[in-house]
Design a protein around this ligand. Structure first.
Ligand code: PDD
Length: 286
């Protein structure tokens, strides 16, 4: 189907959207993005995504061109223009167009705003039954992983390296020997019925799905610890999950070619997956 996108104040067919090659997003990777899921045609956790967008833009000194209400209005128009009940919206704010090359941004650039939407597919039955396969890799990213910058080359390189090793994804190990997250997801482990996830810091993205799962755990009396995790903790885990806005929580059943726990998606994952579905349904009437 023909997709409509939003670019700098206008909606247009995706094939007709164009930006200057002098955009600092294109030349420097100088911008911030968000991915927001849409369930039953409603934005999920918009406020949390908006706050994280603001934090990222503040961190790199780009002004947010829109208020929360303006963002909501334009994203809802984008949703309305597409037939899918479940979608995921990609939005990006880059610093804008600068004609003369300079690492230092010129004053008063007008940020470039782009947003488009895709259908959000449910996780396949194969994954629900067998989980995914991951390898551990050195986390080669920068020291501000809390900023959702469009500069994703290390993530792309690590995803390719994982695929070359026959895995679906990678879990990243920092220079301090501690586990950070996935290439595009946060990490949880289960040990003896309790949940553990690395604490928020500059080493990980503060994921919105991570927040939702932490809240679900608290509501359902599953003990949860924000705690640094070692590679040994990972190897000893009964369950490992990777969480993101496009995948909810994915069970990892093979780690470095060895089974995780029973080698099948675990009981706590199954429970939390059901609670997650209920949380999504709760937004329908809002
Ligand atoms: N990525 N960590 C990283 C490095 C990520 O890129 C993402 C999400 C997450 C999970 O965040 P959230 O739960 O808010 O989606 C954690 C998105 C989906 C992407 O880049 O496409």
């Amino acid at each position: 189907m023909k997709q409509t996108v939003y670019l700098n104040g206008l909606f247009c067919p995706m094939e007709q959207a164009s930006i200057s090659p002098q955009d600092r997003g294109f030349l420097f990777g100088d911008g911030i993005y968000e991915v927001i899921p849409v369930f039953n045609r409603k934005l999920f956790k918009f406020d949390a995504h908006f706050d994280r967008l603001n934090n990222g833009l503040d961190a790199v000194s780009i002004r947010n061109p829109h208020t929360a209400e303006e963002w909501k209005s334009l994203l809802n128009q984008l949703i309305e223009r597409h037939p899918w009940d479940n979608q995921f919206i990609y939005l990006q704010v880059s610093r804008g167009v600068q004609m003369i090359r300079d690492h230092m941004p010129a004053d008063n650039l007008t940020p470039t705003v782009y947003a488009y939407t895709n259908p959000l597919k449910p996780v396949s039955d194969k994954i629900i039954q067998q989980g995914i396969k991951v390898v551990t890799l050195e986390d080669i990213r920068w020291l501000r992983c809390d900023v959702k910058a469009i500069t994703l080359l290390p993530n792309v390189m690590m995803k390719i390296a994982a695929k070359n090793q026959g895995a679906d994804d990678a879990i990243l190990v920092g220079r301090d020997g501690l586990i950070s997250e996935g290439t595009a997801s946060n990490l949880f482990i289960v040990k003896q019925g309790e949940l553990f996830t690395p604490p928020t810091s500059h080493k990980i993205l503060p994921g919105i799905t991570r927040l939702v799962i932490e809240n679900i755990a608290r509501q359902h009396n599953i003990t949860i610890h924000d705690q640094e995790l070692s590679q040994n903790d990972l190897e000893q885990a009964d369950e490992i999950w990777l969480t993101s806005s496009t995948k909810d929580a994915l069970p990892v059943c093979t780690l470095n070619d060895k089974p995780v726990g029973s080698g099948k998606p675990g009981p706590i994952w199954l429970k939390v997956k059901d609670y997650f579905e209920t949380t999504k349904l709760a937004i329908i009437d809002k």
